[in-house]
Design a protein around this ligand. Structure first.
Ligand SMILES: Cc1cc2nc3c(=O)[nH]c(=O)nc-3n(C[C@H](O)[C@H](O)[C@H](O)COP(=O)(O)OP(=O)(O)OC[C@H]3O[C@@H](n4cnc5c(N)ncnc54)[C@H](O)[C@@H]3O)c2cc1C
Length: 315
C-alpha cells in the first residue's frame, strides 16, 4: 500500500505530487495525504491521477501546520500501516518527511529518482551527477519514507473517479507547532514557469555580466521560453535563485534546453541533463557541457546570441 503526500499550491495539487501519484499507481491503489485548504476541483484532480482515498489535512490559519500535520500523519500511519509513504523533494515535503522519520523512528531515503516495490521497497538514487545509479532496499517494518526528485516521472491523468475524502483533524503539536507564518512573498515572474516550460534558455558565468543576461531574455521572448541560470550567476546576484537549475536548484526536463556560457559542472547537469534536446554555446570546445549536448556551438555568446536573436526576429 503506497501513500503519497501532496501539498496544495496556489494552482492546486503540487505538480511533483501528481508526478509521484502517477508512479504510485504502479504500486497499488494509492492513498493521498493532501495538505492544504482543499476543494472539489483539487480532489477531482487527485482522483483523475489515480487516488482512491484522500486524507485531508488543513493547516490552521497563520500556522505552517507542518508539525501538526506530521503528528496527524504519524497517527494515521500507525493505524493503517502503509508500506511506503512517498514525498516530493520540496521544502514542505522534506520538512514533513524528516519530522515523520524522527517521530516514528523510520528510515528515510531522499533524492530518489525511482521507487519499486518488488519483494521489498527499493529506491534508485543518482551518484556522481547521474554517472552511477544505486538502488537501496529498505529493511525492517514500514512505513518506509521516500523523497523523490521533481520530474522523475511524467504526470499522466488516468481518468479516475472522485476519491473518498476523509477530513483529519490536526492535533495541537505543542511547542513543535510554535512557528507562525508572518508573511508570504510571491516572487514576481513573467513568462512560462521554469519547471513547466517546453523551451529553456539558460545563462552562466560566460555571459560576463548581469546586463548580458538581457541577451538570454531577448532570445527567450520569441521562443516563449523560460530563462534559467547556473548557481554561479545566482550567487553573483545577477539573477534570482528562482532561476537556478541544478542540484540545489530546480530539476527541469524541457523539450529544448539552450545552455549559454555554462561550463556543465556536475551540479548543474544533474538538474537539466534529461532535457530532450540540449544545445550548448561555449567558447571552450573542451567544456563538459558539450558532453551532454545534442548540438554544440563553439563560440562567444556575445557574437552567437545576437545573431540568433536577429535570425528569429527576421522570421
Ligand atoms: C554543493 C554544491 C551545489 C551546487 N549546486 C549547483 C546548482 O544547483 N546549479 C548550478 O548551476 N551549479 C551548482 N553548483 C556550482 C557548480 O559546481 C558550478 O560552480 C557552476 O555550475 C558553474 O557555473 P557556470 O557554468 O555558470 O560557470 P563556470 O564554471 O565559470 O563556466 C563558465 C563557462 O562559460 C564559458 N565562457 C566564458 N566566456 C564565454 C563567452 N564569452 N562565450 C561563451 N562561453 C564562455 C567558459 O568556457 C566556461 O565553460 C553547486 C556546487 C556545489 C559545491
Amino acid at each position: 500500500m503506497a501513500w503519497v503526500f501532496i501539498e496544495e499550491t496556489e494552482t492546486g495539487p503540487a505538480a511533483v505530487g501528481l508526478e509521484i501519484l502517477t508512479k504510485a499507481r504502479e504500486l497499488g491503489s494509492p492513498t493521498v495525504i493532501y495538505f492544504g485548504a482543499g476543494s472539489e476541483a483539487a480532489f477531482a484532480t487527485l482522483g483523475d491521477y489515480g487516488a482512491t482515498e484522500v486524507f485531508h489535512l488543513v493547516p490552521a490559519e497563520g500556522s505552517t501546520g507542518i508539525a501538526a500535520a506530521t503528528a496527524a500523519m504519524a497517527d494515521l500511519a500507525t493505524e493503517h500501516n502503509p508500506d511506503v509513504i512517498l514525498f516530493g523533494q520540496t521544502y514542505t515535503d522534506r520538512d514533513v518527511a524528516g519530522r515523520l522519520s524522527a517521530r516514528m523512528g523510520k528510515t528515510i531515503i531522499s533524492n530518489g529518482i525511482d521507487v519499486a516495490v518488488d519483494g521489498g521497497v527499493g529506491v534508485t538514487t543518482e551518484l556522481f551527477g547521474g554517472a552511477q545509479l544505486v538502488t537501496t532496499m529498505f529493511e525492517g517494518e514500514g512505513p518506509h519514507l521516500v523523497l523523490l526528485r521533481p520530474k522523475s516521472f511524467p504526470a499522466e491523468p488516468a481518468g479516475g473517479a472522485a476519491p473518498t475524502v476523509t477530513a483529519v483533524p490536526l492535533p495541537d503539536p505543542g511547542h513543535a507547532g510554535a512557528a507562525r507564518v508572518v508573511g508570504n512573498f510571491i516572487e514576481e515572474s513573467q513568462g512560462p514557469k521554469l519547471e513547466e516550460a517546453a523551451v529553456i534558455i539558460a545563462g552562466g558565468r560566460g555571459l560576463g555580466s548581469a546586463e548580458a543576461f538581457g541577451l538570454i531574455e531577448q532570445l527567450a521572448a520569441p521562443l516563449k521560453a523560460a530563462t534559467g541560470a547556473t548557481r554561479a550567476i545566482v550567487d553573483a546576484g545577477w539573477v534570482p535563485y528562482s532561476k537556478q537549475v541544478g542540484q540545489t536548484g530546480k530539476t527541469v526536463k524541457p523539450d529544448v534546453y539552450i545552455a549559454c556560457g555554462i561550463s556543465g559542472a556536475m551540479q548543474h547537469l544533474v538538474g537539466m541533463k534529461d532535457s530532450k534536446m540540449i544545445i550548448a554555446i561555449n567558447k571552450d570546445e573542451e567544456a563538459p557541457i558539450f558532453g551532454v549536448a545534442d548540438l554544440g556551438i563553439v563560440g562567444d555568446v556575445h557574437q552567437v546570441l545576437p545573431k540568433l536573436i536577429e535570425a528569429l526576429e527576421n522570421r
